[in-house]
Design a protein around this ligand. Structure first.
Ligand code: AMP
Ligand code: ZN
Length: 131
């Protein structure tokens, strides 16, 4: 059982922002910021890391278009497009989705910070990834 599949199948109600044959976008029930939206493929796949390239393209393309639209409509000054992949990355619903989170340039309920870490030897990192 997957809560997002149930939403896609209309077994659970949702607030639909956008829908086509392959993609559904709904308001996130938590509304971390005003207009917070989730964009997901209709076909179940656990996360963006398991999705096929066409699904990735459809979902991220819709997220980009919706991000622009929501930004214009709400007067937001920025948008986070965010895909959590795996529990350790904060994914709580194991059905691929992209968060579209409008930002208003004020203190809000989201905190994304890149804290400086110990300097790494980049050639070692490259070797690990590409070697
Ligand atoms: P993540 O933590 O990246 O897996 O995000 C899952 C998101 O799904 C959370 O932000 C939840 O608020 C949202 N969510 C869970 N259940 C529902 C629901 N029934 N309708 C809309 N959003 C939901
Ligand atoms: Zn699902």
């Amino acid at each position: 059982m997957c809560i997002f599949c149930d939403i896609i199948d209309h077994k659970i109600p949702s607030s639909v922002v956008y829908e086509d044959d392959e993609v559904l976008a709904i308001l996130d029930i938590s509304q971390v910021t005003f207009g917070h939206t989730l964009v997901m493929p209709k076909k179940h796949v656990d996360s963006a890391l398991e999705a096929d390239p066409e699904t990735i393209a459809r979902v991220f393309s819709a997220a980009s278009v919706l991000g622009k639209k929501i930004k214009e409509k709400t007067g937001a000054v920025g948008v986070n497009l965010l895909a959590n992949c795996g529990e350790a990355a904060g994914q709580t619903v194991p059905h691929m989705h992209v968060h579209v989170i409008p930002r208003y340039g004020v203190s809000d309920a989201i905190d994304i910070a890149f804290h400086p870490s110990e300097k790494k030897d980049l050639s070692e990192v490259l070797e690990k990834i590409n070697g």
